[in-house]
Design a protein around this ligand. Structure first.
Ligand code: ZN
Length: 302
């Protein structure tokens, strides 16, 4: 990530929840004992983007002296017993929602913010989601909650596609076995999807997104790509396609996602595949990195 301090000099972890154990002098929004979940980004509140509410695109990103914080990215995060958060970055966890679920809900903040950028209203539309990782699996549920009629999910692993089905995907495409673009065009009578969300970030998925979207449709890029990628952008220009991005969980999206979870429109539990005590943090990272036991979300507890 940009402006990330060198390894060993700060604490990782941008998705975390816990209890309030102390509050600042002027804080009356929260009390000691409140159960809270965080969002990572705290804008500087003085640049023109922050003033306009675009705090995840703060122009002082990484400049702690000017008040910017991105816990777990540029400032200390949550893989610790205690963490320091600005009051703006806390949300009270609704009754009946566990710390673990609340932590995973933070994952849905980014796609939800992206969906807001892309119009936020998908009633009656067909949406293609590329990549059934944690963000893609959240995106499926979010577009359904926002009215999408049909979700087409593309991915390479059968177990992940099956999870996508469980969470609301209507059409599954194994892109290792089938041509994902052709499959989406087939499933939409040759028109393409109204909205394509790239949650995969593969070498070809941006190009595929442009080719499987309907003329006049929308492409939302949520994934980070490993490096520069090649895509037939003219194909999008000729067909009046609009491309959206998002940065982080802006727009108070974590709080809104929590509301969806509390209302039963979003579920986080199936994504929690592993849990470890914080003392076994290295083992937890190994599970994630080497994909031992098909991990989705690995939770670390005190
Ligand atoms: Zn700012």
């Amino acid at each position: 990530m940009p402006r990330m301090p060198p390894y060993g000099e700060f604490i990782f972890g941008h998705e975390y929840a816990g209890d309030v154990v102390a509050v600042g002098r002027t804080v009356d929004e929260f009390q000691v004992g409140d159960r809270v979940v965080v969002e990572a980004h705290m804008g500087c509140r003085r640049c023109e983007n922050c003033i306009r509410g675009l705090y995840t695109a703060c122009l002082n990103y990484g400049n702690a002296k000017r008040g910017h914080r991105a816990n777990g990215f540029t400032t200390n995060g949550g893989l610790a017993e205690y963490a320091l958060n600005h009051v703006n970055t806390l949300y009270r966890i609704p009754d009946g929602v566990s710390y673990e679920e609340a932590t995973v809900v933070m994952t849905s903040g980014s796609p939800l913010f992206g969906l807001e950028n892309a119009g936020g209203y998908f009633a009656g539309e067909t949406v293609a989601v590329l990549g059934p990782g944690p963000i893609g699996l959240m995106a499926i549920q979010l577009v359904k909650a926002l009215g999408a009629t049909r979700v087409i999910l593309t991915g390479t692993r059968a177990s992940r596609l099956a999870m996508g089905r469980q969470l609301g995907a209507d059409v599954l495409v194994n892109s290792r076995e089938d041509d994902a673009v052709a499959a989406v065009m087939d499933a939409t009578a040759g028109k393409g999807a109204d909205l394509v969300i790239d949650c995969a970030g593969g070498d070809e998925t941006f190009d595929h997104s442009l080719k499987m979207v309907k003329s006049g449709g929308k492409v939302l890029l949520v994934a980070f790509y490993h490096g520069p990628v090649t895509a037939d952008v003219s194909h999008a220009v000729r067909r009046n396609v609009t491309i959206y991005t998002e940065r982080g969980e802006g727009g108070t999206s974590v709080g809104r996602a929590l509301a969806l979870l509390a209302a039963g429109r979003l579920t986080a539990k199936p994504l929690i595949t592993h849990q470890f005590p914080l003392s076994r943090v290295h083992e937890a990272f190994e599970v994630l990195e080497k994909r031992i036991g098909d991990p989705l979300k690995v939770i670390l507890n005190p």
